[in-house]
Design a protein. Structure first.
Ligand SMILES: Nc1ncnc2c1ncn2[C@@H]1O[C@H](COP(=O)(O)OP(=O)(O)OP(=O)(O)O)[C@@H](O)[C@H]1O
Length: 526
């Protein structure tokens, strides 16, 4: 039995939230009239984790979408992706909402064609809440096809997009379009032309052959307000008018997991934007111009600048997709396979090495001592120092990021080492003699042994770790590449002459929180 009833006109597409646990339980969402669900008699939910007003829904019949906002404190979810208080999402027909994350309080959204109540007996006679699904109303304006995910990813769906197992994906700038002006960056939103006539014919053929056409584009300019988002969306719509085939577009506007070569745009396509169809990786492909090719000549001998980056090729490699350059795919030019990958390949990290060549001694001594870490940002000092496998309970990790200044680190180190049995680890970069001396002096004055643990990690490896940290730990303050370069320019190799008892080189031994982290770590990240 439905908890609500409503009289409707024949031409109205009714919108209903249907409980997955009890399909009899349905809530009608009237056009533009908010409905709040939570721990109430209406829903029959008594779980105390649920707020009385947990989620607010507002249907927009003109666009066949529903805006949902989480009001309660505990997490809810849309299509199994968790939401927090204050977060809003747009729902489409068929989307699943969990009033509480990981619970059975789930509903799905149906747009239902209402009955005619005997006005014309040839017309439908089903109850308005029976699951007779009307085709979605055509969206009234182009903006209704746009969505924003996680505040940074823009997604566009052509209204007649059909999901497929075969995906033909393309980069946009330099691949599907080039500037008319001949400049690297467009001078305005109209400064574009289709890369070559083969683009439209190839895409039509792919579509006829059962491929869904997708565009993945990095547009960091939007994130830093250099490019106007509204104007850019219009530009996409104009390009798609020329392509004339239904297309899905993903636009990464920030330096986050969605920015190529990180895999976020692909992952969200597979999880949320392919109608639940799995992707045939063997038949799918990605084509882009950022392929890491050096300066070269065209067939008629004209010089061609080197590629501005390798991010398209790396994106395809990270995902495991077949990769083509626009020249290969559209112009059928033969492949030269001349390209450069980043110096550091995360797949090369060795898991079968020891942390240190020191096999005779315990890495961390049970006796009181001072350990000075030396290593650039991202070299893994904190990860190593805080790894409980190697530390003992009476070991204080002292860190400038937490305390605020080296002076505070010095006094904290003195305090602990003056105590009965505490050892300390100075978890700062300590690149030069001057920065190490502050701590060596304390050890000397207290007659405590002092060792240096020197991180055996290259600059490119540290940059990779740093990027990985950015993508996996949003709370950690971002470290620019300039800070890493500055460490290396200041670096003075530690020497026993500084008053250090022992210098131990610490190798990078990979160890991951979970398989997802390992998978991401082993991808190329720029
Ligand atoms: N052995 C390891 N295996 C897997 N990941 C690691 C390892 N060591 C470090 N990482 C990852 O590399 C990133 C950087 O490590 P960490 O924060 O320890 O560096 P750091 O040298 O302390 O940097 P900073 O000086 O900026 O604090 C982190 O995301 C960490 O999870």
């Amino acid at each position: 039995m439905s908890k609500l009833s409503v009289k409707t006109n024949d031409n109205v597409t009714l919108c209903v939230l249907v409980s997955d646990e009890n399909p009899e339980l349905k809530f009608i969402l009237l056009d533009n009239e908010p409905l709040t669900l939570g721990r109430t008699q209406q829903t029959g939910i008594v779980d105390q984790r649920m707020s009385k007003n947990q989620m607010k829904f507002v249907a927009d019949y003109s666009t066949a979408r529903v805006l949902v906002e989480q009001l309660g404190s505990n997490r809810s979810a849309v299509n199994n992706e968790s939401m927090i208080k204050g977060e809003k999402r747009l729902l489409n027909h068929g989307d699943k909402v969990s009033l509480l994350f990981n619970s059975n309080f789930t509903y799905h959204l149906d747009f239902v064609t209402p009955p005619t109540y005997g006005v014309d007996s040839n017309k439908r006679t089903t109850n308005c809440l029976d699951k007779e699904i009307s085709p979605k109303k055509p969206r009234s304006d182009s903006t209704s096809k746009w969505e924003t995910r996680d505040g940074t990813l823009l997604v566009y769906n052509s209204s007649n997009i059909v999901h497929k197992e075969k995906i033909a994906a393309f980069d946009m700038d330099g691949t599907l379009i080039v500037t008319q002006s001949g400049k690297v960056f467009p001078v305005d939103e109209n400064d574009w032309q289709i890369y070559s006539p083969e683009v439209t014919t190839s895409i039509k053929k792919l579509s006829d052959d059962g491929y869904k056409i997708v565009i993945f584009t990095n547009q960091g300019g939007i994130g830093v307000n250099k490019v106007n988002e509204k104007t850019f969306k219009k530009k996409i719509e104009n390009i798609l008018k020329v392509i004339k085939i239904p297309v899905q577009v993903f636009i990464a506007t920030r330096k986050d997991i969605y920015r190529k070569p990180a895999p976020g745009m692909w992952n969200i396509l597979v999880s949320d934007y392919n109608g639940g169809l799995s992707v045939d990786m063997d038949k799918s492909l990605f084509c882009g111009d950022a392929a890491g090719r050096p300066t070269r000549s065209s067939a008629d001998g004209k010089p061609i600048k080197k590629d501005h980056s390798c991010c398209d090729r790396l994106f395809a490699m990270n995902i495991g997709l077949k990769f083509y350059t626009p020249e290969e795919y559209f112009l059928k030019e033969s492949t030269e396979e001349l390209y450069a990958l980043p110096v550091f390949n995360p797949n090369d990290v060795m898991s079968n090495i020891l942390y240190t060549d020191l096999t005779s001694k315990a890495l961390f001594s049970p006796n009181k001592e001072m350990i000075i870490m030396v290593g650039c940002p991202g070299s893994g000092k904190s990860y190593f120092a805080s790894n409980k496998l190697f530390c003992h309970d009476r070991m204080k990790i002292i860190n400038r990021d937490t305390l605020g200044s080296w002076q505070k680190c010095v006094s904290e180190a003195k305090k602990y080492l003056s105590g009965v049995s505490w050892s300390v680890v100075i978890d700062n970069t300590n690149p030069d003699i001057e920065s190490r001396k502050r701590f060596i002096d304390i050890a000397k004055s207290l007659k405590i042994p002092c060792r240096v643990f020197l991180m055996n990690v290259s600059k490119d490896h540290a940059k990779h770790n740093n990027k990985f940290r950015e993508l996996t730990d949003r709370k950690h303050q971002k470290v620019s590449d300039a800070v890493i370069h500055s460490y290396f320019s200041k670096f003075q190799e530690p020497s026993k002459n500084e008053g250090i008892d022992e210098i131990v080189k610490i190798n990078f031994v990979p160890h991951f929180k979970d398989p997802e982290h390992e998978k991401l770590y082993k991808m190329f990240l720029l």
